[in-house]
Ligand binder design. Structure first.
Ligand code: HEC
Length: 112
């Protein structure tokens, strides 16, 4: 069992860090590496979040703000958001992977 409180505190700290990094590292080589890594990791997400279907109930995650993206994935990971599918996916992601995915998806265009 994961204890919710410490995770929540560190989430706030990391969110602040991620915000600072996003400001400082825009278009830097480290930033580019992050986006590339995120693209690589997104192979797992494409099955569900890839193609646009008008009847789909799966939300489009392309172009989501980075802070929101990180916050939401951390919430699924901590089981603070109820969706079991996203919980089981997020529980396997580390902080660096979530940051990289956020960096990628914030600029990524949804494939047509
Ligand atoms: C098996 C299908 C499936 C896969 C694979 C999947 N997702 Fe999801 N995802 C969903 C569903 C369904 C929801 C909506 C859940 C809800 O209503 O709470 C969702 C919601 C989300 C949201 C919240 C969007 C919002 O606007 O709040 C994010 C962010 C997200 N997924 C990211 C990812 C990432 C990153 C991956 C890959 C590591 C991934 N998902 C893989 C099905 C999937």
């Amino acid at each position: 069992m994961r204890r919710a409180m410490p995770a929540r505190r560190s989430a706030t700290r990391l969110l602040a860090m991620a915000g600072g990094m996003a400001l400082g590292l825009l278009a830097s080589p480290a930033r580019t590496a992050d986006v590339e890594y995120g693209k690589h990791l997104s192979a797992e997400c494409i099955t569900c979040h890839g193609a646009s279907k008008s009847d789909s109930t799966i939300p489009d995650i392309h172009g989501l703000g980075e802070a929101h993206f990180v916050e939401v994935l951390r919430a699924y990971r901590a089981k603070a958001l109820p969706n079991p599918v996203m919980q089981s996916i997020a529980v396997r992601l580390g902080d660096e992977e979530i940051s990289a995915l956020a960096a990628y998806y914030t600029t990524a265009k949804r494939p047509k």
